[in-house]
Design a protein around this ligand. Sequence first.
Ligand code: ARG
Length: 577
Amino acid sequence: MRHFSRQLASKIASFLDLDPDGLELDLVDPPDAKLGDLAMGCFPLAKLLRSSPVKVSQDLASRDWDIDWLEEVVATGPYLNLKVNREVFSQHAISLIESSGESWGCTDSGRGKTVIVEYSSPNIAKHLAVHHLRSTMLGQAMANIFRSAGYEVVSWNHLGDWGTGFGKLLAAWESYKDFDDLDSPPLSDREDAVTDLNALYVRYSNDAKENPELEDLAREWFKKLENGDSLARDRWNMIRDVSLQLFDKIYARLGVQFDTVIGESHYEEAMKGVIAKLSELNILIESEGAEVVQVDEDIPPMLIRKKDGATLYGTRDLASAITRYENVQFDRCLYVVDAGQGLHFRQVFGVLKKMGYEWADHLEHAEFGVMRLNVDGHWKKGKTRGGQVVLLQDVLDKAVELAGAVVRKKNPDISESDLSEIAEAVGMGAVIFSDMKASRRKDVNFDLDKMLAFDGETGPYLQYTHVRFSSILNKAADSKMSRGDGSGLVEDEELVLIKRLLRYPEVTDKAAKSAEPSQLSQYLLELASDFNTYYAKHRVMSDDQQLSEHRLTLIESLKNTLATGLKRLCIQPLTRM
Ligand code: ARG
């Protein structure tokens, strides 16, 4: 819509003797289509001119606009209602979309800006569980959206690969050989090394509850690891490698890619610098033997070093943020982490600010709500404490299996190889979309049946809409139809679709600004629903060849928009299902 609002802005600037560059007009739909095709509130203009919005709107309505796509300008109170010349408006819109080609929907609002998006960030030696889906997919979608808004993006995985827990695992490795000797077969040759590691860890932790000496032994092993003991390091490296291999498999399946994978272990040296600086600044204070920094009166102080001298998760976050800024002078750095860590990030950001880092204001906790699972008919928070965690790979497999059944039912003659390919895409699409559908702060219920419904607000519904676009275009290809310039798109429902299409770049910008993929997912749902309304009433292909050609052009633009939008959300647009 910007293309059009800019034209209006430059006219208004000339009418009112204003600088067109500073004029940001917001074109909206009037509350009632009878009022016009587009509307514009005159409030910001009135403020600028120190006049009343009603007066401004009356004044503007009386001017000679002389814009080819504009038919009528009417003042209604503080609003200016516009009626467009549909032939010309549609033709301009289609030509704009077509000439943008691949970059349709991309903007340059982020040009010259760099953003780090940190997401997924799982702990090694454990499986990815279903709750990891949220950070992983929201983060990847944000990274994609930022890229399409012109930002330089660094996607970042902050692996949890350090901490006293690894002391336990290493101690278990050494002392539980008769339970499971991790040296034979070696970890790297095992079918499911991470499950074996986890089993050993759980066993050790349980035993340690009864036998505190095991805690001491674990501390010793962590010390060894910290001091670079070669056995400890080698084993830790193996643990890290098998974990990453497993993560990478799932990431590949989900379309997730990182530019940088750096574990918490990386910040040992940098942490020394942080602690030195905190003491130099006299903000590191002793509290019951430990060292803390008081951030704000209303939140508890941040723990920097424990009584035994061990650093913490938060200390590593301080070092990591500083290192990030040293390497990438970011304009924004987002932490896509669950809302439960809100206090943690307030502390981290607050301490950095206290240390005098101005860029601490550019750190954002892009928080999200919990994922609830159905446990015996009740919706419960994703992580089953003490009980079984639900593995992400199992959930994905289940989704694909169910998707396969749905697809086969719709399409009984489908070949096995087509089925497995489509089922994978639909299963992933269902799971991923359910995560992006609502605003990220909301909690989500993980409901496989609902997310696979083709007629709900789901991933498969959007994939299916894309299939419809493809088959309309394929049929037309058979009859060798060419494309119209869009000037024949004059029906009410066509204008609705054209206006919707034109909003795509704005949606990209809004989604990027607010780090909110649901802006895009909601937009795609609206686009699909507008299309369905249209398609229930009008036929694309008819005896009127010219009209058919205009409509094919519209379908092409819709398909292009839906396809790129889905891809940004890591959902595969399908051509058949
Ligand atoms: N590894 C952590 C966890 O599993 C999440 C890390 C979030 N990122 C951060 N910079 N603290 O809970």
